[in-house]
Ligand binder design. Structure first.
Ligand code: AKG
Ligand code: FE2
Length: 364
């Protein structure tokens, strides 16, 4: 253990296993129907795609997509920029380091559940500036602006991030339409929540690690937003907690595929028809790994609560409404440094008692 700072060491029960289970069963979904004239002439091809998406959301909370319509060059451009940025000496990267005032930019000391992650990150929001609440206090209505911080090198970083984010946003809308249809809702049911979105993209670098059996690149967590679209490179390391048996299984890299997962917001909106699934990242002693998640998040003023159409007297709401912006900034604060308190989670808003759930039905 001598070579690794104890801040990185996971408790025994959370350390990676030596034997890796490859996740054969994670659905690989072909989206080509969306870009083909068949969808109009043969609605059954769209219906079968919708049910594939619905099953994947229900059984796994994770799936991969191919023929998604995002140009490969756009992704390759950003992957190249990411490598160039992280290859610089630390003193260059820390010029745009995040701190408590500047939430976006470079950071090398993220914590997940109060254990340090073996990775460095660069965060960039889709809207610049992005409007968020000024404080966590529920009664404080003041807002502030998050501004992107871009490095001097590589100079093409801003443009590469913007171009990629635009493409991924289009993919998010398509996926949300399919998810809405799979829940029996109108295709555009979720769109309005994203007009003043707080989405961001993150460049991740996981360096080779001398103790890959003791640490994690990213500790177990669920994504708190609506959807995440992840581009991982060919090294691999993402593990998903399989719903059927709770085993950690590896998501095998597939060239030019994106990995999609349902975040906590969809769990709440769907009143748990779909669930946000735990995942983590392992590291290895030989190869560095790069990944790029895109976190699709609604406007800060969104009150997240189960949809009325998806609740009933026999299925009353399982969550009390919560303010997305307050949740986001609270979570950001806890990733930033080690805290004495438990991180904010959606189960803090969960209603477990049936009588209270029926009562909540009357307020949504
Ligand atoms: O790097 C990865 O493969 C996953 C990243 C992730 O899960 C996250 O940033 O929330
Ligand atoms: Fe994640």
């Amino acid at each position: 253990m001598g070579e690794v700072d104890p801040a990185f060491i996971q408790d025994i029960e959370h350390r990676p296993k030596l034997s890796i289970i490859e996740a054969e069963g994670i659905p690989l979904i072909d989206l080509s129907v969306l870009n083909s004239p068949d969808a109009v002439s043969d609605p059954s091809s769209l219906d079968s795609l919708v049910s594939e998406i619905g099953n994947a959301c229900k059984d796994w909370g994770f799936f991969q997509v191919i023929n998604h319509g995002v140009p490969l060059e756009q992704r390759q451009k950003l992957e190249e920029v990411s490598r160039k940025f992280f290859a610089q000496p630390l003193e260059e990267k820390v010029k745009i380091r995040k701190d408590e005032g500047k939430v976006l930019g470079y950071y090398d000391a993220e914590h997940t559940k109060n254990v340090r992650d073996w990775r460095e990150v660069f965060d960039f929001t889709v809207q610049n500036p992005t409007i968020v609440p000024a404080s966590r206090r529920p009664d404080d209505k003041e807002v502030v602006e998050w501004q992107n911080q871009c490095p001097e090198y590589p100079p093409e970083l801003r443009e590469a991030c913007e171009g990629y984010a635009k493409e991924l946003e289009k993919l998010c809308y398509k996926l949300m339409e399919l998810i809405a249809l799979s829940l029996g809702l109108p295709a555009d049911r979720f769109h309005d929540f994203f007009k003043d979105q707080t989405s961001y993209l993150r460049l991740n670098r996981y360096a080779p690690c001398p103790a890959p059996d003791l640490v994690l690149g990213l500790g177990r967590h669920k994504d708190s937003g609506a959807l995440t679209i992840l581009a991982q490179d060919e090294v691999g390391g993402l593990e998903v907690k399989r719903k059927s048996d709770g085993e950690w299984v590896r998501v095998t890299p597939t060239a030019d595929a994106f990995i999609i997962n349902i975040g906590d917001i969809f769990q709440v909106w769907s009143n748990e028809t779909y669930e946000s699934v735990e995942h983590r990242v392992t590291v290895n002693s030989e190869r560095e790994r790069f990944s790029i998640p895109f976190f699709f998040h609604p406007a800060h003023y969104t009150m997240v609560q189960p949809f009325e159409e998806l609740t009933s007297e026999t299925n009353p709401p399982r969550y009390r409404p919560y303010n997305w912006g307050k949740f986001l900034i609270t979570r950001k604060g806890s990733n930033f440094r080690k805290l004495d308190v438990e991180n904010i989670q959606i189960y803090h808003f969960r209603i477990s008692n049936l009588a209270d759930r029926v009562e909540a039905l009357s307020v949504i």
